[in-house]
Design a protein around this ligand. Structure first.
Ligand SMILES: *Cc1c(COP(=O)(O)O)cnc(C)c1O
Length: 478
């Protein structure tokens, strides 16, 4: 009898009757022979099969739902490399239109037909570009004044997203961090200014702090800077990291001034793939005017058959996200974005209220200003609890939910919190299911006779640091 299992699969070989399914998948060397597409597909698909369903991943800020037409458009553009602008000039124009739309949502004063901005793979690249532009402007000015330009720094709160640490490391620009405390849960403008000097390239407030969901007060910072710059003769600008807020504030809080309406805000970055409602990866950075985008950052490339001006770290990049973004602008319009963001916010506020009522929990802040919030265990409950939020995270994961537990940044590092990001695709009904799963998990935890391992570890940790949960309730935005 011939052993089919030793042969290469034929068109008739059942997928799960094939040799490949019986053997381990390649981990070190490329397989010697080809595999039929059905079997290769199944193998790769199944590698990700046990993972969290993206829409149940409440840890991520990134889009996990787009409608069928958006998905079709993006799939149909999967073979387009954005950088080939000569071949696909309409895509470049579409990106420029998206930049215009973002710039105008943020009240750009620029008169030019095409606003100064750049496409990025996410906020990380967009933040880098904003930061580099601020650094080059500062350096040019220092050179012109005949002053040293070897010790640049920037100022941000300890609630910074990791990209700012990368920015500091990669460009060797000192990062000065303003501590967040329970009394001051967002960037303190006066403290920020006390860290500034002639070498400060910019201050970076965050709209939608990743750790807490709160917004830094850019207007207060701008006012304080106006005074500070007048007094010192510096002209320290603001780059707003609006990864989340860039697509929330224009729709839900249009009167709040955080953008180009403020004098010292010269650049803003955002993630098109977060509340911009496009699948990853897409980001945007916009400058208040072309004069704030240093010439050194625009590269001319002409070997593709035309003279192309590029701003960005990447060369090749997928174009599909641009089509997805432009589709969303047309499909949803201002009102559509507003309806989606305001549903996310309503559902977030509902969950905030329900979680705040659960016996073990306390919300970190009273306000929900972006569709996400964090909470922790009440100190009095925490003292005798036999479980931790890490156990709750694991329990919810058994129902498919990903709700992350983590410790806050420096200064608040003893506080274990839990966070939910409410995005398009998380309905009230799903939220009720999640809340029920939370209640059920808590009921089980309360029957525990002995502390869980994470509780033992957490108690030890708290003893070592000599701090127990003794914080008082905080108000948002203080
Ligand atoms: C998510 C986030 C980033 C990084 O954005 P990506 O789009 O994931 O690269 C930067 N800053 C803040 C405040 C964020 O929330």
């Amino acid at each position: 009898m011939n052993n089919v299992n030793e042969q290469r699969a034929t068109i008739e070989t059942p997928i799960f009757g094939s040799e490949k399914m019986r053997n381990s998948a390649p981990t070190e060397t490329i397989p010697m022979h080809p595999t039929s597409p059905e079997i290769a597909y199944q193998m790769v698909k199944d590698e990700t099969f046990p993972q969290t369903q993206p829409r149940l991943n409440l840890a991520t800020f990134v889009t996990t739902y787009m409608d069928d037409y958006a998905t079709k458009l993006m799939n149909e553009a999967i073979d387009i490399n954005y950088i080939d602008e000569t071949e696909y000039p309409r895509v470049a124009v579409m990106a420029a239109r998206c930049i215009n739309i973002m710039a105008n949502l943020w009240h750009s004063p620029e008169q030019a037909k095409w606003k100064a901005g750049a496409l990025a793979i996410g906020s990380s690249e967009a933040c880098m570009l904003g930061g580099v532009a601020a650094w080059l402007r500062w350096r040019a000015k220092r050179k012109a004044q005949g002053k040293p330009y070897d010790k640049p720094n920037f100022v941000i709160s300890t609630g910074f997203q990791v990209v700012w640490e990368k920015f500091a490391q990669l460009w060797q620009i000192e990062m000065r961090t303003v501590p967040l405390t329970l009394e001051k849960t967002t960037l303190d403008p006066q403290l920020a200014l006390s860290m500034c000097d002639e070498n400060t390239i910019c201050v970076v407030p965050i709209e939608g702090v990743t750790w807490t969901g709160l917004n830094d007060d850019v207007e207060a910072l701008d006012r304080a800077l106006e005074d500070y710059n007048a007094r010192t003769g510096y002209d320290i600008p603001i780059h707003v990291d609006a990864a989340s807020g860039g697509y929330i504030l224009p729709f839900l809080d249009p009167d709040k001034k955080w953008d180009f309406r403020l004098k010292w805000v010269l650049s803003i970055s955002t993630s098109g793939h977060k509340f911009g409602l496009v699948y990853p990866g897409l980001g945007w950075v916009v400058w208040k005017d072309k004069k704030y985008l240093p010439d050194e950052m625009s590269f001319s490339v002409n070997y593709l058959g035309a003279n192309i001006t590029q701003v960005g770290l990447n060369f090749s990049r997928p174009a599909a996200q641009i089509l997805g973004q432009y589709y969303q602008f047309i499909r949803l319009g201002f009102e559509g974005y507003k309806e989606i963001q305001s549903n996310s916010m309503d559902i977030a506020r509902y969950a905030h209220e329900q979680i705040g009522k659960m016996a073990p929990f306390e919300n970190y802040s009273d306000d929900v200003v972006n569709p996400l919030f964090i909470w922790y265990m009440k100190p009095e409950y925490d003292r005798t609890a036999k479980w931790t939020l890490y156990d709750l995270q694991a329990a919810l994961q058994q129902n498919g939910w990903m709700v992350p537990a983590y410790t806050l940044p420096n200064n608040l590092q003893n506080y274990v919190v839990m966070r939910i990001v409410f995005r398009q695709g998380m309905s009230r009904d799903m939220t009720d299911m999640l809340l029920t799963d939370m209640q059920n998990a808590i009921t089980e935890f309360e029957k525990l006779e002995y502390p869980t391992q994470t509780r033992v570890a957490q108690n030890k940790q708290q003893r070592v640091v000599g701090k127990v949960f003794t914080h008082t309730h905080v108000k948002a935005g203080r």
